[in-house]
Design a protein around this ligand. Structure first.
Ligand code: DGT
Ligand code: CA
Ligand code: CA
Ligand code: ZN
Length: 574
């Protein structure tokens, strides 16, 4: 067995052990071993077969796991796993991924009702049988139904930062193949979409086909799905993300990039345009309808230009007006990462962050920023050790006392202040008035009716200290849908008050969605992009926020924290 398979089995067993309510320490040791083995540079099976060596020499592998590995290596499973699989159906693992359903409840439902599929579970909820169990009620039935729907919608998709990690690793690896010049990403990943279904990699060079053998030999390949003359597909890593690799001749590389970048909708529109102009367009190039002679294929620019269009940035290729804009030379000059001058939503140890103010400032300086705002949580988030009025005022004084020139960066005193259920701010005006920057966010009562949620945001905008609406729809990718409310109305009101909308760059959120960014912009809103960093390394996530802004057609002047410090301060709600 390869490391990747060993790791996957250990991780799955840990999930099952959780449902079986086994000892937490043991469960952690399985999970830990899975991640150690997945990343281990040497084949663990070879170590097992070598009498001169011991797997327990691998850090994180103890005696217990060592004997599990031996049994796994011998017969493809081990006793504890067999017992768990006998007791719980394979879909138990899927049930764990459903929001609102913990391992204890899953165990209870399986044992009571002998369910074995997601459809069984759905039926239980619909027939209102869950509420017949002690302590479980109608609320949970609703949650389960919503959770199943959500799960089915998102199953098999991956976060952008995860896809990027795999894309970078594989591209670098494939680029080392002899005969390969270029490896490029295509598909939804190149378009900067917030989640990715599968990864598309394009390989070219004088002799690119060897790249497919090299791909098949990569240590993270879990399951080879297909391998042909010039295309291979595989499931990669413990997470099992599908990667499609295509090899292409240099002369049609541009056409292939255009074709495989998509989106499908953009390509359909472009092909229709081609036909009207007397051409056909496919992955090999742009050809005349009559005579089938090649008009363009080597670069994307050529192809777009021959179709009477300016080159269209991948983030815009969603058939949302970009083709008309390209025809009229009216494409926006999209925002770039290098234009960001500050990060104005981040947390420190003062609440639930992992570093000090000084460490955050130091890292921000390394990113080349002119300024940051520290925005720890307010007291309503007791779990996060949120600040009350007294701590908030003391913190603002501490920031004022900092020697900014010694720090090499401007630090603003800020707060991510909770918006209470009725739209009031969590801290009083006296405290808020001491701060340079208040980001107002919803972290509670997230399932309000649309009308009530709309009123809540409207009320919040009335507070003159609120400068930015944080993660405005509360979505958590692959886990929680956006809040339901009248977004256009809030955008209009925010624009009127001069309150900025945040584009939260955390890869778990990427909130706002591109279509909402465009709506907000059309209502006159301006934006901030921030990482919501809870650790210095999270500040690198700014790139994802910028990608969302680009997908929302934003340009530098739309985004306040591209401005130099003094101008930024003036541009905030007065
Ligand atoms: P994903 O993977 O679900 O996040 O979305 P994409 O856009 O990466 O879709 P994918 O991987 O199925 O296909 C990559 C690109 O190939 C897609 O954006 C457009 C292009 N393409 C053009 N024609 C077709 C077609 O007939 N079928 C498929 N599957 N893709 C096509
Ligand atoms: Ca794809
Ligand atoms: Ca694909
Ligand atoms: Zn927040």
């Amino acid at each position: 067995m390869e490391n990747i398979e060993l790791a996957r089995i250990l991780a799955e067993t840990a999930d099952l052990m959780e449902i079986a309510a086994e000892d937490g320490f043991r469960i952690r040791s399985f999970r830990n071993a899975a991640s150690v083995i997945e990343g281990y540079p040497e084949r663990v099976a070879s170590i097992l077969h070598d009498p001169a060596r011991k797997v327990t020499d691998i850090p994180g592998i103890g005696k217990g796991i060592a004997s599990v590995l031996e049994e796994l290596d011998k017969r493809g499973s081990f006793e504890r796993r067999d017992l768990l699989l006998e007791k719980y159906p394979p879909t138990a693992l899927e049930m764990l991924r459903i929001q609102g359903l913990g391992p204890k409840t899953i165990a209870l439902l399986i044992e009571t009702f002998r369910i074995s599929t997601l459809d069984d579970l759905k039926r239980l909820a619909e027939e209102q049988k869950i509420r017949t169990l002690p302590r479980l009620g109608a609320k949970l039935e609703e949650k389960v139904l919503r959770g199943i729907e959500q799960y089915r919608k998102t199953a098999g998709r991956f976060l952008l930062n995860f896809a990027e990690q795999i894309a970078t690793e594989l591209s670098q690896y494939l680029r080392e193949t002899e005969g390969v010049d270029r490896v490029t990403t295509a598909g939804s990943f190149r378009r900067g979409k917030e989640t990715v279904g599968d990864l598309d990699l394009l390989v070219t060079g004088p002799d690119p086909v060897k790249a497919l053998d090299r791909f098949a030999a990569h240590g993270k390949i879990q399951d080879m799905l297909a391998k042909g003359e010039n295309k291979a597909s595989a499931k990669v890593g413990v997470e099992g993300i599908q990667v499609d690799v295509r090899t292409l001749p240099t002369e049609s590389f541009g056409a292939a990039m255009q074709y495989f970048t998509g989106s499908k909708e953009h390509n359909v529109a472009l092909r229709q345009r081609s036909l009207k102009m007397g051409f056909t367009l496919n992955e090999y190039g742009l050809f005349t309808l009559e005579g089938n002679s090649r008009v363009a294929s080597e670069t994307e620019e050529e192809i777009y230009n021959k179709l009477g269009l300016a080159w269209i940035p991948p983030e815009l290729r969603e058939n949302q007006g970009e083709i008309d804009a390209a025809e009229n030379n009216a494409l926006p000059v999209l925002l770039e990462l290098g234009q960001m001058k500050g990060d104005i939503h981040m947390h420190t140890r003062e609440s639930d962050g992992r570093a000090s103010l000084e460490e955050m400032a130091e890292t921000a300086r390394g990113h080349g920023y002119e300024y940051i705002a520290i925005t720890d949580h307010s007291k309503a988030l007791a779990m996060a050790n949120g600040l009350d009025e007294t701590r908030c005022i003391a913190f603002a004084q501490r920031v004022r006392a900092l020697d900014h020139s010694a720090l090499g960066i401007r630090v603003m005193s800020g707060l991510e202040c909770d918006i209470l259920k009725d739209g009031r701010m969590d801290l009083n005006d006296e405290a808020l008035s001491q701060l340079d920057l208040v980001v107002a966010s919803v972290h509670s009562y997230m399932n309000l009716e649309a009308a009530e949620m709309t009123d809540r945001y409207l009320a919040c905008l009335e507070n003159p200290h609120v400068k930015v609406i944080g993660h405005p729809t509360g979505r958590v990718l692959l886990h929680r849908d956006a809040f339901v409310y009248d977004f256009e109305r809030i955008a209009k009101a925010a624009a009127a008050k001069g309150v900025a909308m945040e584009i939260n760059a955390s890869p778990e959120r990427l909130d706002l969605h591109a279509s909402l960014i465009r709506i907000a912009k059309s209502k006159g809103c301006r934006f901030t992009i921030s990482t919501d960093a809870h650790h210095p390394k999270h500040m690198a996530n700014m790139t994802y926020g910028v990608r969302m802004a680009r997908r929302g057609w934003l340009t530098q002047p739309d985004v306040l924290n591209t401005l130099p410090y003094e101008q930024f301060r003036k541009a905030l709600r007065p």
